[in-house]
Design a protein. Structure first.
Length: 501
């Protein structure tokens, strides 16, 4: 699924109106009807709604929804904030329609007016400001939004929470409606997908309002959502005429005294991800652990309590390095020498990322197509601070293009950044995965997919999706609180079955 800017969405609306030979107010009716369908599916008929509307097209959506709710038997009243003397044409049309239905169903709020008597059981729909927002809210509107946020009522944003920009992160002190749910028309907005905006957007529900597919398919964007359609295009079912050699041999490098769990998880995840063979290169202190914990995985050793050397790595189809490896001088020397000599893509995680940050000149030596999997703090160690997560993502784009690598920037919506600057936001996964070992599992999955012949792009996109989906299955089975990283590994089978359906 493509992610468009606010300007591209406006152009898509205009194209749809022209190509479908409909009016803009008819398109607004579509959006309102889809909102009505969601609301009527989620709230009983005795629910009471207050709809807060602005003078623009988002307010027009709210006025149309008010009319439709009343038409099917809900109790709903609109309040139109008059912070502009002029209404948009479609907002005016829907105001007139609502007044013709019943003039008591809408009340005009003059500047510096507030609503103070909304009981907690009444649901508030936010249609004050839409995607056309070009600057932070100020004055009465900002104060009004802050007042609404203090009310105990459930708040649902129509298309976008008022005060939230579509294409950026708001200032920390910005007045933005804090919605429990956002009913977004046709597309995700980029601002929905970053951790700073989570308290504003709540749960996002994409409503298909029938925007024209020709525009959507032909319009270029660098930003995408990883959806089931993309995953089905990437996923390769196994051939019945195959053997373990068909699916490659993966090498996982890591572990040190007291940190053998990480490489154990990675190695098992590589097997569960479908690699034909997996070898773990660990210090001697981890030999019995690997052989006992994962009998399916072969084991090589180097050093006593930490990796001392990395040799004979060119016999493997895919290599992942870093989990539990540590950054002591012996391991650091082995890593530096390995990166300087290796010519095939490497999956680099955990302590290997910290060593890259310690030896930044190594970045230029990374094999093309390598996959780095930093969480935000690891990324900061590598490339420096950023003011917000969207700027961090833009820096990741620049670094991926500069070094011809893939960066998997981990978070609630992990983003896969490609060397040509594309960004794929992943929407599987949950907060239960915020536990030690989850990242090690991801390293193993991506390495296991590379071993099977997936290229770096597909291995990263599919690997992150599978990782999150297995995490969702684990959370459903064990709860977010109780699930473990090892549960993600064990649920990979069900994740594969789901995408193969």
């Amino acid at each position: 699924m493509k992610i468009f800017t606010a300007a591209q969405i406006r152009a898509c609306d205009a194209y749809t109106i022209h190509a479908s030979n409909i009016s803009s107010v008819e398109l607004m009716e579509r959006a309102a009807l889809k909102s009505l369908e969601w609301l009527s599916s989620n709230f009983p008929k005795d629910t009471l709604f207050v709809i807060l509307c602005g003078p623009g097209n988002n307010g027009g959506d709210g006025l149309a929804i008010t009319r439709m709710l009343n038409h099917i038997g809900y109790g709903a009243k609109a309040f139109l904030l008059k912070f502009s003397e002029k209404l948009s044409a479609d907002c005016q049309t829907n105001l007139d329609r609502l007044r013709r239905m019943n003039p008591e169903l809408v009340q005009i709020l003059q500047p510096d007016s507030f609503i103070t008597d909304i009981p907690g059981h009444i649901v508030i729909l936010d249609a004050i400001l839409g995607t056309g927002l070009s600057r932070p809210t100020q004055g009465w509107v900002a104060t009004f939004i802050e007042h609404i946020n203090q009310l105990p009522s459930r708040k649902i944003a129509i298309d976008i929470p008022s005060g939230l920009p579509s294409d950026g992160i708001p200032a920390k002190d910005a007045a933005v409606v804090r919605a429990s749910d956002t009913l977004s028309f046709q597309f995700y907005k980029r601002s929905f997908l970053h951790h700073e905006t989570g308290p504003y957007v709540g749960n996002v529900h994409i409503l298909d309002i029938g925007l024209h597919p020709v525009f959507i398919e032909s319009t270029h964007t660098l930003y995408h959502i990883t959806d089931q359609h993309e995953i089905k295009n990437i996923f390769r079912p196994r051939s019945p005429f195959s053997n373990k050699g068909t699916y490659g041999h993966a090498l996982l490098i890591g572990g040190s005294f007291g940190k053998m769990g990480s490489i154990t998880l990675s190695s098992k995840a590589a097997m569960r991800a479908g690699a034909g063979l997996v070898t773990a290169l660990v210090p001697h202190c981890g030999y019995e652990i690997i052989q006992t914990a994962i009998p399916e995985v072969m084991c090589k050793t180097s050093g006593d309590t930490e990796i001392a050397a990395i040799t004979e790595w060119d016999n493997y189809k895919a290599i992942g390095i870093g989990p539990g490896m540590g950054t002591k001088p012996l391991s650091a020397k082995a890593f530096v020498e390995f990166v300087g000599e290796c010519k095939q893509p490497i999956v680099i995680d955990a302590d290997a990322l910290n060593l890259l940050a310690k030896y930044p000149d190594l970045m230029a030596s990374l094999p093309a197509g390598s996959v780095l999997t930093p969480h935000p703090k690891e990324f900061t160690r590598l490339f420096g601070e950023n003011a917000d997560s969207m700027l961090q993502l833009e820096q990741a784009r620049a670094q991926a293009m500069r070094y011809n690598i893939y960066i998997v920037l981990k978070g609630h919506h992990t983003v896969i950044i490609t060397p040509d600057g594309e960004c794929w936001y992943n929407i599987t996964g949950n907060a239960g995965m915020a536990k030690g070992g989850s990242g090690d599992v991801l390293t193993g999955i991506i390495t296991g997919l590379l071993a099977q012949g997936y290229d770096s792009r597909d291995a990263a996109i599919l690997g992150v999706y599978l990782h999150g989906l297995a995490g969702d299955i684990a959370a459903a089975n064990f709860s977010q609180e109780a699930m473990l990283a090892s549960d993600i590994v064990e649920c990979l089978g069900k994740a594969f079955m789901r995408i193969g359906e």
